[in-house]
Design a protein around this ligand. Structure first.
Ligand SMILES: [Zn+2]
Ligand SMILES: [Zn+2]
Length: 192
């Protein structure tokens, strides 16, 4: 196995944390690092002892899950709880932070943000980072550990695509194909 760079290593940690998420809407992990040392980690989930979205469904208010604390917030709160300074730290997140987390990251004194994938990147979040002179860098994560949404390999996807092609060639109706495709998309999520 090839030796990981620090960026890849901390990003791997965030993806590992994401696999502990209890919200069905999005699986996110965050790792706070200072001087190449992990000081905290979090994933998006309910408060300690609360019910999980994975058991009872999300609690939606205005299209957002109100039950969960975001991964970035959980990691920052872990620092608050255990008295670990976040001033000058770096954060590695699986997805581009939302506006709320962006503000918390800046206010916590975190100086660098590394994220693996774009996710509804809000222009206001980008602007806030820019104004606060926070270094924001995309670190695409090659899938060393398969995590929920990413565990469908390219080969499997190619196979499914070839099945759809065959179906189309054999004259299956457009709407029917469309329905099947939607089902496949739900089953295999995001990758298609
Ligand atoms: Zn939820
Ligand atoms: Zn957030």
């Amino acid at each position: 196995m090839k030796r990981l760079s620090w960026d890849q290593y901390f990003m791997a940690q965030s993806h590992l944390l994401a696999s502990r998420s209890t919200c069905t809407r999005l699986v996110v992990g965050a790792t706070i690092v200072r001087d190449k040392r992990i000081i905290a980690g979090g994933y998006n989930g309910s408060i300690s002892g609360g019910v999980h979205c994975t058991d009872e469904g999300c609690y939606l208010i205005d299209g957002h899950c109100a039950r969960t604390i975001h991964a970035e917030m959980n990691a920052i709160l872990q620092c608050a709880k255990f008295g670990e300074p976040t001033e000058g730290a770096e954060i590695y997140v699986t997805h581009f932070p939302c506006v709320q987390c962006t503000k918390s990251i800046i206010q916590a004194g975190i100086r660098s943000v590394y994220y693996a994938r774009d996710y509804r990147n809000h222009p206001y979040a980008e602007e806030l980072f820019k104004t606060a002179k926070i270094a924001v860098k995309k670190v695409p994560f090659d899938n060393i550990f398969a995590v929920n949404e990413e565990d469908i390999s390219g080969k499997q996807l190619a196979y499914i695509a070839s099945l759809f092609k065959k179906l189309e060639e054999s004259g299956v109706k457009k709407e029917e194909l469309h329905n099947l495709y939607n089902q496949a998309e739900q089953l295999f999520a995001r990758g298609m």
